[in-house]
Write a protein that binds this ligand. Structure first.
Ligand code: PCA
Length: 205
């Protein structure tokens, strides 16, 4: 299983998704062969790096994590849309005011993660969760769209999608908005990974 996280951007000098990935990698999960990559918050670079990893390492599933500004729950993203638009520049200064990600691509692409099993795995946990029908129009949506679209075009049939985590109490108090204890985020991520692993064809890695 390949997990991606994002590095810093905007008011997030520490991205909790990066901390999450570091923590997951430092403590192996029984039965799951874990690979991880932290991506720069750059439109033109992040999807290319993730796709290169997928082609090279052939994971059984891909889960991308990023932080959702102003959120106090976990969001299982259902759909990525073919649109970039944000006032917040990426790390190279790119600030699209509205553009298609791929002029020839579909308007939207559904997550291929097992959302139902992921929800069941999260039931009763301290961290509330919900299905989200928009991942925004910034890097997280961009990454989800470009990855799902490339996998479809290349015939790589693996579960793949995006999960937004809330800002973490330990590092993101200054980012403004609500935060959650990191331990809650980590436990929820582990349960998601187990659900995805259980549903992945062949349970390979
Ligand atoms: N969150 C941003 C981009 C990187 C991240 O962690 C987003 O929600 O688009």
């Amino acid at each position: 299983m390949l997990i991606s996280a994002f590095g810093p951007f905007g008011s997030f000098t520490t991205n909790p998704s990066q901390k999450l990935l570091e923590s997951l990698l430092s403590d192996p999960i029984q039965g799951i062969q874990l690979m991880g990559i932290t991506l720069p918050v750059r439109y033109n670079v992040a999807p290319e790096i993730l796709l290169a990893e997928i082609r090279l390492r052939k994971p059984a599933a891909v889960i991308s994590f990023g932080v959702a500004t102003g959120s106090d729950d976990l969001r299982l993203e259902r759909i990525a849309i073919n649109w970039d638009e944000s006032d917040v520049p990426d790390q190279s200064g790119d600030t699209p005011r509205g553009r298609k990600i791929d002029p020839d691509g579909p308007d939207g692409l559904f997550s291929s993660l097992p959302l139902q099993q992921m929800m069941e795995a999260l039931d009763g946990q301290a961290l509330p969760y919900r299905i989200s029908n928009t991942a925004g129009t910034y890097l997280c949506n961009h990454l989800m769209y470009r990855t799902l679209w490339a996998l479809r075009q290349e015939g790589i049939d693996i579960p793949c999608g995006f999960v937004h985590i809330p800002p973490a109490e330990e590092w993101n108090k200054d980012a403004g908005g609500p935060t959650r204890p990191f331990a809650q985020i980590r436990t929820a991520a582990l349960r998601i990974m187990q659900a995805v692993h259980g549903a992945a064809p062949g349970n390979r890695s």
